[in-house]
Ligand binder design. Structure first.
Ligand SMILES: Nc1ncnc2c1ncn2[C@@H]1O[C@H](COP(=O)(O)OP(=O)(O)OP(=O)(O)O)[C@@H](O)[C@H]1O
Length: 804
């Protein structure tokens, strides 16, 4: 509410401003030409008058008092008016610098005629006037000899300053003015003078050197300074030695090349100065707004931007206090353990004749990374092969060797800490990195090995595959993902579709059904536990995806972010089927189970969504215990670039999920590896316990909610559809509703039904066919929408009643 009032205030303030601006006279192009050419002519006339005033001013002076008398003959080339104006500007005004006025008027004419940027012209006037004042004061020094140089104003001002600060003071003041002008206008700095001085010094030096060398050659070759002698010499030399001319050719163009360089540099400087002008012109072209833009601007001015959160404007995000603080948080460095591990690593490596140059430790929450720089000549593969031996000598599980650490050129050995610390969800949610993140769907996973909070954007991933043996932290990981989003996103901005075949993992989220969950229209529970319902839901998401693509296409947007931005700016009309699109996050816990029972029926829509849904804001998170190849098939793997591996039991599983080993060497309890296609990052997953999730969902669930969960489009399986026929009893159950929509909109298109009724393309198409059979819409007419044969709802009622 508070927001609204401030917005209103600002619009009230803004309105009179806008009204004040409008009266500024705007000339048509013809008027601009007339006015501009008048100014150009005036500028030329002034220049002519001023110029002739220099020669004829004295002669005309005596008759100036007779102005305006037609019979008097003036010497000025612009006659009476020219003499009078020149007298005013030059003698009584600023003297010779007044010529600049004529130039400025001429320039103004050009600007007006050609419709150039006014801001630049204003600048010319300001600087021009300042130069006129400066010059006229400067010429004031010489006014007693040549009074027209600085004019009366120049003389008076000069003497005004002289009275107070003397001649030298005035001269210095003018010098200061000149320096300021150069500094502001031409961006001259102290360095410019220093460089000038340096280059002058350099030139002098080279001049002196060349003079010296020429003196020397003078000494050796007699008469070489004489041109005649040189000509004779070259005439003799060329035929004698063929290499000579090439040498002289070489030496000659050199200064030319230098000169060329200088020119290029100067040119490029000029270009950079001119660049902004070009840019300004481009922006001007952009300013041209379409009618819909203007309407949108007006709507935004009147009502403010569309606020998707308005319906639940009092919604409170869960406070941090709902998350638990742990005692053993924060890393305590055990110096002894560090020393011990270091010595063991060094010893083990030495046993295999691997010398070490240096070793560095980075302590993380669960593992410590020892970075080793081996002695020169040691093969990396040798250290990699010793992985098991090092693990054995350190008597520790979960040693991982990274050889070499990407981008560092060192070898890393990760050794688990004896006492691991818990990374609490609270600490990562409270971190600045998460709180200040501007990501679309930020997820705070936990902490990296260097104890930094790891935050990634789900929207960028764009889908995530999560695998890990049972009891290694998958469910906690999923909860961490959901919690992150609950702490950052308003219910209007994100919706979850939760699939939980285990039936127990995600049940807590039932409490936030009407806030954050999405479901099929006819289903009772939002959390899907039944495998057949999963198929319907996935297909429904595919329909939602198609619908969203259609909406994006109609709105000329490439992705959901652009679309929502446009919608918020009120550039998309809700009456055309546009609406604010929340992100949809599909979470499937235990994907293996689904594949086992439903196979292709699940795989196909998942693959379709994974391939296409990124742009329209549908993101998939799929977790599985068994990362075997028949579960994570090639097509699924190819479309899930972001992978998370908790501890798995075999190297093969690790390879299936990560395309490499590593996951089999993790220590469990939330120790995980994350990859988004390139490097593996070891992370300690944030721990969020069931009671914490319960508190959060309870907090959210107790607040005012939407009337229902977010409804996904209805999906009727192939067998549920009706064939095209005239039989009334076989009609789709949405037939009447669809007919009313079509008649109201007077537009017979399937996509309209898709949008309004949230249907898939096939079903909408079938309904259109039934409408055609009922005589409500006309025949198929190619790309055009079908003709609507019923004029209004009353006629429709009559038609349908007569059928019965
Ligand atoms: N990030 C973590 N930090 C500390 N302990 C953790 C973390 N993640 C998991 N654990 C511990 O591991 C246990 C099992 O975790 P979780 O239930 O997430 O495993 P899971 O992989 O989902 O197992 P399943 O597949 O059988 O459901 C938790 O109860 C917790 O004690």
């Amino acid at each position: 509410m508070a927001k609204r009032t401030t917005k209103k205030k600002s619009t009230i303030k803004a309105k009179p401003k806008a009204k004040l601006k409008r009266p500024s006279f705007k000339l048509s192009n013809q008027q601009k030409l007339i006015f501009g050419s008048l100014l150009i002519i005036l500028g030329v006339l002034l220049f002519i008058s001023f110029l002739s005033f220099i020669f004829t001013g004295k002669e005309d002076q005596s008759i100036l008092s007779t102005f305006p008398e037609r019979s008097t003959e003036y010497k000025n080339w612009a006659s009476q008016l020219g003499a009078k104006v020149s007298e005013f500007f030059i003698t009584k005004g600023f003297g010779i610098p007044s010529f600049i006025f004529s130039g400025l008027i001429f320039l103004s004419g050009i600007y007006v005629t050609l419709n150039l940027k006014k801001a630049k012209l204003r600048k010319h006037w300001i600087w021009g006037t300042l130069i006129i004042i400066w010059l006229s004061i400067f010429f004031g020094f010489f006014s007693h000899k040549y009074d027209i140089l600085g004019g009366t104003i120049g003389f008076e001002m000069n003497h005004f300053f002289q009275d107070y600060i003397g001649k030298i003071g005035t001269a210095l003041l003018l010098l200061f003015g000149l320096i300021s002008y150069l500094a502001i206008r031409f961006k001259v700095t102290g360095d410019t003078f220093a460089n000038l001085f340096k280059s002058a010094k350099h030139d002098l030096k080279t001049d002196l050197q060349s003079k010296d060398s020429s003196n020397n050659t003078d000494a050796i070759v007699d008469n070489s300074h004489s041109e005649e002698a040189e000509a004779i010499k070259s005439a003799f030399e060329v035929p004698l030695d063929k290499t000579e001319p090439t040498i002289s050719n070489h030496s000659k163009p050199q200064p030319k090349a230098e000169h060329l360089k200088m020119e290029v540099a100067e040119k490029s400087e000029e270009e950079t100065i001119e660049e902004p002008e070009l840019k300004i012109e481009v922006e001007e072209a952009k300013e041209e707004k379409s009618e819909t833009d203007n309407l949108a601007d007006k709507l935004v001015e009147d009502f403010g931007q569309f606020d998707p959160t308005l319906e639940l404007s009092n919604y409170q995000f869960p406070p941090l206090d709902l998350l638990k603080k742990y005692d053993n948080e924060g890393i305590s460095i055990d110096q002894e353990e560090l020393e011990e591990n270091k010595n063991r690593i060094v010893e083990t490596l030495l046993n295999y004749k691997i010398g070490i140059n240096s070793i560095k430790a980075t302590i993380g929450p669960t593992v410590t990374l020892y970075e080793i720089v081996p002695e020169a000549g040691i093969r990396i593969s040798k250290i990699k092969n010793l992985e098991d031996d090092i693990a054995l000598s350190l008597a520790a599980l979960g040693i991982r060797i990274i050889a070499p650490i990407p981008g560092k050129g060192t070898i890393g050995i990760e050794v688990p800490n004896k006492n691991s610390t818990i990374v609490s969800m609270r600490s990562v949610i409270a971190s600045q990195k998460f709180q200040q993140s501007k990501m679309q769907l930020p997820i705070a996973f936990g902490k990296t090995i260097s104890n930094e909070t790891f935050v990634v954007d789900l929207a960028k991933m764009p889908h995530m595959l999560m695998a890990g043996a049972t009891g290694q932290g998958k469910s906690v990981g999923l909860n961490a993902v959901l919690t992150s989003l609950l702490y950052k996103k308003h219910p209007a901005e994100v919706k979850f579709v939760l699939v939980d075949p285990k039936k127990v993992e995600l049940t807590l989220f039932n409490k936030i059904e009407r806030h954050y969950l999405a479901k099929l229209p006819d289903s009772e529970d939002a959390i899907i536990t039944d495998n057949t319902k999963v198929i319907n839901t996935l297909n429904s998401l595919c329909i939602e995806m198609d619908n969203r693509y259609e909406m994006l296409k109609n709105a000329f947007c490439r992705n959901i972010a652009e679309y929502n931005k446009k919608f918020k700016a009120r550039k998309l009309n809700p009456n055309d089927g546009h609406q604010f699109l929340p992100y949809i996050v599909l979470v499937v816990d235990e994907f293996a189970d689904l594949i086992m029972t439903a196979g292709k029926e699940v795989e196909t829509p998942i693959a379709r969504l994974a391939q296409l849904a990124r742009a329209i804001g549908i993101h998939l998170i799929i977790a599985t215990q068994r990362p075997s190849v028949n579960v994570i098939t090639g097509i699924i793997k190819a479309n899930f670039p972001a992978r998370i591996a908790f501890r798995v039991t075999s190297k093969i599983d690790s390879r299936t999920i990560l395309d490499g080993s590593g996951a089999d060497q993790l220590i469990g309890r939330g120790d995980m590896l994350y990859t988004q296609g390139n490097d593996l990052i070891r992370i300690q997953c944030a721990f969020v316990d069931t009671p914490e999730v319960e508190k959060i969902t309870e907090f959210i669930g107790s607040q005012k909610a939407y009337p229902d969960a977010h409804l996904l489009p209805e999906y009727v399986g192939e067998e549920g559809g009706t064939n095209l026929d005239i039989d009334i009893s076989d009609r789709d159950k949405l037939f009447r509703e669809a007919a009313e929509i079509i008649v109201t909109a007077q537009q017979g298109s399937a996509s309209l039904l898709q949008r309004k009724l949230k249907l898939g393309y096939n079903r909408a198409g079938r309904i259109i066919d039934q409408l055609e059979a009922a005589g409500i819409v006309g025949n198929f007419e190619g790309s055009k929408a079908r003709q609507v044969l019923v004029p209004d709802l009353a006629a429709l009622d009559q038609l349908l009643e007569n059928e019965i």
